[in-house]
Design a binder for this molecule. Structure first.
Ligand SMILES: CC(C)(COP(=O)(O)OP(=O)(O)OC[C@H]1O[C@@H](n2cnc3c(N)ncnc32)[C@H](O)[C@@H]1OP(=O)(O)O)[C@@H](O)C(=O)NCCC(=O)NCCS
Length: 236
């Protein structure tokens, strides 16, 4: 493999070249969807495309934010709303994604290290991220506050993606229990998931990190993420 990381400024034609790997419901956080074009239009030098030679294999997005040092419970939704406006202080990781064939090969730490370099190059004080724990969907009934405390026998965090950040020296700040909010009618959710939701109540949905709650025919999913912070003092 010949891993290359380029910015959107350098290769704007790569937009749309990486297959969508997200479950359909994840594309329906209204705040994030409304903001998404801004990433590429206003902050193109903060968006990364990952290539194997010339083949697109993933992407990573970051966003400068104004941060007061407090991990906001609204995580990603905070970053694209209240985190905007004014002189940015900090770089916020938004997403990092590899197509499935390239996962588990140690690419992720290289990508995160590149994000921290971006932060330093733009004079920002650190890299923070509302990290989406990749194995939390296996435990949708476990509160995020408990899940972030799970560790392996070797002492490292149980969750693989949180562990990538931890190994690179990141500090786990706090859960972001309301990082994304996705709301839809029963019909919306049935289209997004190919499941049926015959009555109100809580449902386990594949790839969701917690349950989806239906009330009066409207389903609401509030996704928990985990705030982590990389200081720029570490050697990458
Ligand atoms: C998150 C993501 C970028 C991480 O990339 P990655 O290539 O899997 O990361 P790594 O290869 O560094 O693996 C990280 C750890 O998970 C382990 N791991 C990865 N895939 C695994 C698998 N299928 N089974 C068991 N362990 C696995 C690795 O062994 C490594 O563990 P270690 O800390 O003991 O060395 C990638 O999994 C991905 O694209 N996921 C889908 C999108 C997503 O959820 N992104 C994050 C939210 S934005």
């Amino acid at each position: 493999m010949r891993l290359r990381i380029v910015t959107h400024v350098e290769h704007p034609e790569l937009q749309g070249a990486v297959p969508n790997v997200w479950p359909e419901f994840m594309n329906n956080d209204q705040l994030v969807s409304d903001f998404w074009p801004t990433l590429y239009e206003v902050y193109p030098d903060f968006q990364l495309w990952l290539l194997d030679g010339r083949k697109p294999i993933g992407y990573a997005c970051t966003l400068p934010v104004v941060w007061n040092g407090e991990p906001n419970p609204r995580g990603l939704d905070w970053a694209v709303t209240d985190g905007q406006g004014g002189m940015p202080t900090t770089l916020c990781g938004v997403v990092a994604t590899l197509v499935p064939q390239y996962r588990g090969a140690g690419i992720a730490p290289v990508v995160v290290a590149r994000m921290t370099k971006l932060a330093a190059a733009h004079g920002l004080d650190s890299l923070i991220a509302p990290v989406r724990p990749t194995w939390k969907d296996r435990y949708p009934l476990t509160p995020i506050e408990r899940y972030v405390e799970w560790r392996r026998e070797d002492g490292f965090l149980y969750d693989p993606w949180l562990r990538v950040h931890e190994r690179l020296g990141a500090e786990l700040l706090a859960p972001a229990p309301e990082s994304m909010t996705i709301t839809g009618t029963r019909e919306d959710w049935e289209t997004w998931t190919s499941l049926q939701f015959p009555e109100d109540g809580d449902y386990v949905v594949p790839a969701a990190l917690t349950t989806v709650r239906f009330a009066d025919g409207v389903g609401t999913y509030v996704e928990p993420n985990v705030w982590m912070r990389h200081s720029l003092d570490a050697e990458y």
